[in-house]
Design a protein around this ligand. Structure first.
Ligand code: KG4
Ligand code: ZN
Length: 350
């Protein structure tokens, strides 16, 4: 079992209830229940609604995962669970469930960091990650550039958003364009019909004076405001709003900044592998642009398939599997749900 542990992972940090099972780097099951439809009319995730949905979904999702992997809880070597960061009430459901299963089946438990899990999931598709690597995590709640020397030991933050997360910008712009929630997938689709060069939206924190203090940081709130002002001006003039062109130009502004800073981070660190994870990594334009720009500098880009980019239980199991294989001590049974878990903690120390 030592280097091919059978690990079950539970994810409940936001609006997806996920239970995944892996053996070593092999994915055996990835059961998911989403409450996204219940949040759509509010234009964003409502924490209380998410917590309630996790409570209803956790046991059936667990049962589906075990059936899919054709294993029983007794076969599992360890249980991993997202301890943070995320919505406090939502995290609590997963952490409480994981403790219950760990106690009942007498299994070790690992409380893990959601962001590190977004990095670890790629091993399920592309095998061990060449380290050091630079990881760019872009999702609804975070946008960060990290140096990964040894994922089981911690990550070094290089930069992060100073205001909105990249996914949050997609969600807010989709809302103001009347495209619904979540915004990322629908803008991605709509942008395919538009011209990404039609509107020159601002690229946050890329001017020389900003780069001095914020070389690897992001800012998307000015971009969101610029899109809002542009749309308002058209409406004021009684002109139709070219939704596809606005979507494509907005998406280009986000992807341009993300990829430019990610490649710059790799070059500054002398790193030849760029890993992209989190929900926004599902974006088709981001994947293409990152690949094109990285190739020019001999950098390899690794992006998991879209289904593994958004939140799921397999990513938590993947990180748990690495921790077990590396001989990291499990967490204690009284491990907390930590909504503000720092990036530097990959798992809750035992
Ligand atoms: O990682 P994730 O599932 O949850 C968080 O941890 O936040 O990311 C969700 C975010 C949402 O903001 C969603 O709009 C965005 O990822 N997203 C996308 C795409 N698919 C999901 N953004 C851009 N393009 C996509 N195709
Ligand atoms: Zn996430």
């Amino acid at each position: 079992m030592a280097d091919e542990p059978l690990v079950l992972g539970i994810e409940t940090s936001c609006d997806e209830t996920g239970v995944g099972i892996v053996r070593g780097h092999t994915l055996l099951a990835d059961a998911l229940a989403s409450s996204v439809d219940q949040h759509a009319r509010f234009g964003g995730v409502v924490p209380e609604v998410a917590s309630r949905a996790h409570l209803e979904a956790i046991v059936p999702t667990m049962q589906r995962a075990l059936a899919e992997a054709q294993v029983t809880l007794a076969d599992i070597d360890a249980i991993a669970v997202t301890s943070g960061p995320g919505l406090a009430g939502a995290l609590l459901v997963g952490v409480a469930a994981a403790k219950g299963y760990a106690l009942a089946a007498e299994k070790p438990i690992y409380g893990v960091n959601h962001l590190a899990a977004h990095v670890a999931v790629d091993t399920l598709e592309h095998g061990p990650l060449p380290e050091p690597a630079v990881a760019m995590l872009v999702s609804g709640g975070h946008s960060s550039l990290l140096l990964v020397d040894d994922l089981t030991n911690g990550v070094t933050p290089l930069g992060a958003t100073i205001d909105d997360a990249a996914g949050e910008a997609f969600d807010k712009v989709a809302r103001l364009l009347g495209l619904g929630f979540p915004g990322g997938p629908v803008i991605d689709r709509t942008a395919k019909e538009g011209d990404r060069r039609s509107i020159a939206f601002p690229r946050g924190l890329t001017a020389p004076k900003d780069l001095a203090a914020h070389r690897f940081d992001f800012s998307f709130s000015g971009l969101k405001t610029a899109v809002a002002r542009w749309v308002e001006a058209r409406e004021r003039d009684g002109e139709p709003v070219p939704i596809a062109d606005v979507s494509a130009s907005f998406q280009e502004a986000v992807c341009d900044v993300l990829t430019a800073k990610a490649i710059d981070a790799c070059r500054s660190q002398g790193v030849r592998t760029l890993l992209i994870g989190g929900g926004v990594a599902a974006n088709s334009r981001l994947r293409v642009l990152a690949g094109e720009r990285a190739a020019k500098h001999g950098i390899e880009v690794r992006v998991p398939r879209p289904q593994l980019c958004t939140d799921n239980g397999a990513m938590v199991a993947a990180l748990g599997s690495r921790l077990v294989a590396a001989g990291v001590a499990p967490s204690r049974l009284d491990l907390p749900a930590d909504s503000a878990m720092p990036l530097t903690a990959v798992s809750v120390a035992g």
